[in-house]
Design a protein around this ligand. Structure first.
Ligand code: GSH
Length: 408
């Protein structure tokens, strides 16, 4: 009976929401997001900083069907343009918006700094996910809190949804990520705990030297770090304690980013400084951060890309000193290729300047050790835009298979 009531409410609300999401009178961007989604908050803090107006749509349980129909998968954030085009995937969304709204610039002018920014941005999106999932789903306090919080968010606008019984379903669903992200095993868990502490120590030292990662103004990399560090680590109770007691500057940096663009009185910072001077030696704390990236994101990204190209489902990689088994993600492989291509696109002049830094910190030779690895995920597609509910080759293939099954 409870289920029937929920279904009726869901269907009614879904109908209403589709009208709001795709109404032709809108002159704003609309973001389909959740409170617990780091990538959603990466996009929103960026848009706040740029002063790009948007309306937030709180994605709840019925939006899963909306997303599957319009984006091809259950995923947030989704951004809808004023003329109703659908965009998904935070990095290409930010790249698109930066072209539309160039000021204030969130990408440094210097090609050297801009490459480091994209490297850090992809590290935050693709490697920090491993740490954020470890802290959220690797200890009982966070598991209980997060699963109830996510359930409560699913129930937003659906008052009859039974949150208590939904929380264990969320927990079980999340458990499946453990093997994909290499989170299983005591040795791995201890190593991940150490990684969290080491990274926070490096970031806290970095933020003693400048207010943001690449100087005294925020770049795409700051917004990308904000997602996992604020929305997972800071907001979840067990890791909140770790952040507050180990990394006070990191906490202040996160709140600064959260408030950028806030127009309610003297809340958000409006005066900003300069980027790092790329003509002089880079600050030691930035080099330390790059060394951390070279021991984590680089070996994992390269092994992921190799497995994806070979269509292997699982693979082993040595990350932060220990061998671990991971599940291959075609998306992560594609993202790693984008970083490789960004390096390839640098001029010889920039390469001459940057190669010493990349070799000293261990980013090279690893980044290109196996050449550029192309898995074709977006061949023929134009991210972030999604047309006819099909964002990429993998989903196109899955949909075609389903269609064939129906015909047979
Ligand atoms: N690459 C995507 C990743 C988005 C993503 O993974 N979103 C998560 C929430 S933060 C999601 O919707 N996962 C699917 C699910 O939970 O069912 C982006 O940068 O936007």
């Amino acid at each position: 009976m409870q289920e029937q009531n929920n279904t009726t409410l869901i269907e009614k609300d879904l109908h209403e929401k589709s009208k709001v999401l795709l109404s032709e009178q809108e002159d704003h961007y609309r973001i389909f997001q959740t409170q617990m989604s780091p990538y959603s908050h990466k996009v929103m803090t960026y848009m706040n900083y740029k002063g790009i107006p948007y309306k937030r749509v709180h994605a709840n349980q019925m939006d899963i069907s909306w997303a599957i129909n319009n984006v091809g998968q259950s995923i947030v954030p989704v951004l809808i343009t004023p003329d109703d085009q659908i965009m998904q995937d935070s990095t290409p969304i930010l790249e698109y918006l930066e072209k539309q709204y160039p000021q204030p610039a969130a990408i440094p002018n210097s090609p050297l700094l801009s490459f480091l920014m994209w490297l850090l941005e992809d590290f935050a999106d693709e490697y920090l996910q491993r740490l954020q999932m470890h802290t959220r789903w690797g200890n009982n306090l966070n598991i209980q809190t997060a699963s109830h919080k996510i359930s409560r968010n699913f129930a937003y606008g659906v008052p009859k949804l039974d949150i208590k019984s939904l929380a264990p379903v969320i927990q079980a669903r999340q458990k499946k990520n453990d093997s994909l992200l290499g989170l299983e095993g005591d040795k791995q868990r201890q190593n991940l705990d150490q990684q969290v502490l080491d990274l926070l120590c490096i970031l806290d030292a970095r933020l003693e030297e400048s207010q943001f990662l690449l100087g005294n103004r925020p770049s795409m990399a700051d917004f990308a770090f904000y997602g996992p560090l604020m929305i997972h680590l800071y907001n979840d109770p067990q890791s909140n304690h770790i952040l507050e007691t180990n990394a006070p500057r990191v906490c202040n940096w996160l709140f600064t980013i959260q408030e950028l663009g806030d127009t309610r009185g003297c809340v958000g910072q409006t005066e900003l400084g300069e980027w790092i001077d790329s003509e002089t030696d880079l600050p030691p704390s930035l080099l330390e951060l790059l060394k951390f990236v070279s021991q984590t994101y680089i070996p994992l990204g390269r092994a992921t890309a190799k497995a994806s190209v070979l269509r292997e489902k699982h693979f082993e990689a040595s990350v932060y000193g220990i061998k671990t088994t991971f599940g291959a993600s075609h998306y992560k492989a594609w993202a790693f290729e984008q970083t490789q291509l960004r390096y390839r696109a640098l001029t010889n002049d920039t390469k001459t300047k940057i190669d010493g830094i990349l070799l000293e910190t261990g980013i090279l030779p690893g980044l290109l050790e196996d050449g550029v690895l192309h898995n074709g995920l977006y061949d023929g597609f134009s991210p972030p835009f999604v047309k006819d509910g099909i964002p990429d080759a993998r989903i196109k293939h899955l949909k075609e298979k389903q269609q064939q099954k129906k015909v047979v």
